[in-house]
Write a protein that binds this ligand. Structure first.
Ligand code: C2E
Ligand code: MG
Ligand code: MG
Ligand code: MG
Length: 283
């Protein structure tokens, strides 16, 4: 993992309660105004068809660079932004960036679906549906080119606006459940949710080792998706063996460092139009 030397690095460790509060407070303060100071960028990670290895979609992933804290990983600052409520404005900005970018690619003849993470806090907003449809309208991106990713734990939280998800889905936006299998949704509940895609969590992909035990969860999720007529996307594919096993189990889409890391938008056209399938021979 290459880091620019001299760049201060945010260290993630197991914090005590007091440590966490202090770190939260520092992050929370640093986050204030980060959007206005243009400290955020969006990277895009390819999602490929596991058979053809062509890029079919990209996931928008937020990055934050703070002058003194350096690069802070989303796993560290997103929970803080959720607690402070700033995730609402930040999330809206990511959505605008991603849809603007996808509309630009389309104009250049590269027809990709963009998937955007939406936090539980955004789902509590009564205007979420209006905001999402508004961004589609002014960027000109067809609803069919947008997928909204919601974590499983967010979906089962009763406070969220399932109605908002239903509304955008009625317009053609697809809904994915992120990190599927790590939350607590009952299978019964799943059949009642507005859902199109299940993203198989990276922890289950990491367990694949050619044995029945190793593939148990991934296989169960894939079968469930087949019965419910949902698509699956496997996250965190790092090895060719994992890709092969997933295909054999019936999952046709995948994302992971094997194919490509999250990259700046300007690198996506070359990956999407690559004459050789991913991973490219020269990486
Ligand atoms: P996620 O939505 O599950 O995104 C996938 C994460 O897995 C990304 O981490 C990605 O870089 C990482 N990843 C992809 N392939 C591999 C692989 O082969 N191996 C390994 N070890 N990791 C892989 P990232 O970018 O650090 O994001 C972490 C989480 O932060 C995301 O997990 C998502 O929950 C959240 N996040 C990122 N951007 C946003 C955003 O714009 N809004 C919200 N609300 N959450 C975001
Ligand atoms: Mg995601
Ligand atoms: Mg995920
Ligand atoms: Mg995950």
């Amino acid at each position: 993992h290459a880091r620019r030397s001299g760049t201060p690095t945010f260290v993630v460790h197991e914090p005590s309660m007091n440590d966490r509060r202090a770190a939260d407070a520092a992050l929370s303060e640093a986050l204030e105004g980060a959007l206005q100071r243009r400290e955020f960028t969006v990277l895009y990670q390819p999602i490929v068809d596991l058979t053809t290895r062509r890029v079919v979609a990209v996931e928008a992933l937020l990055r934050w660079h703070h002058t003194s804290l350096g690069d802070v990983p989303p796993g560290a600052f997103i929970p803080v932004a959720e607690r402070s409520g700033e995730i609402i404005a930040i999330g809206q900005w990511v959505l605008e960036q991603a849809c603007t970018q996808a509309a630009r690619w389309r104009a250049d003849g590269i027809d990709l679906t963009v998937t955007v993470n939406v936090s539980p806090r955004q789902l509590q907003e009564p205007h979420l549906a209006r905001d999402v449809l508004g961004v589609l309208a002014y960027t000109g991106l067809p609803a069919q080119n947008l997928i909204v990713e919601v974590t499983e734990s967010a979906m089962v939280n009763e406070a969220i606006e399932i109605a908002a998800l239903r509304r955008i889905r009625a317009e053609g936006v697809r809904i994915a459940i992120d990190d599927f299998g790590t939350g607590y949704s009952s299978l019964q509940y799943l059949t009642q949710l507005p859902v199109d895609v299940l993203k198989i969590d990276r922890s289950f992909v990491a367990q694949l080792n050619g044995t029945a035990e190793g593939s148990a969860i991934a296989e169960a999720v894939i079968r469930l998706a087949q019965v419910l007529r949902l698509t699956t996307v496997a996250e965190g594919i790092e090895e060719e063996e994992q890709a092969a096993e997933l295909l054999q189990l019936g999952s046709h889409r995948g994302q992971g460092f094997l194919f490509a890391r999250p990259v700046p938008a300007d690198q996506i056209p070359a990956l999407a139009e690559a004459s050789a399938p991913l991973p490219l021979m020269v990486r």
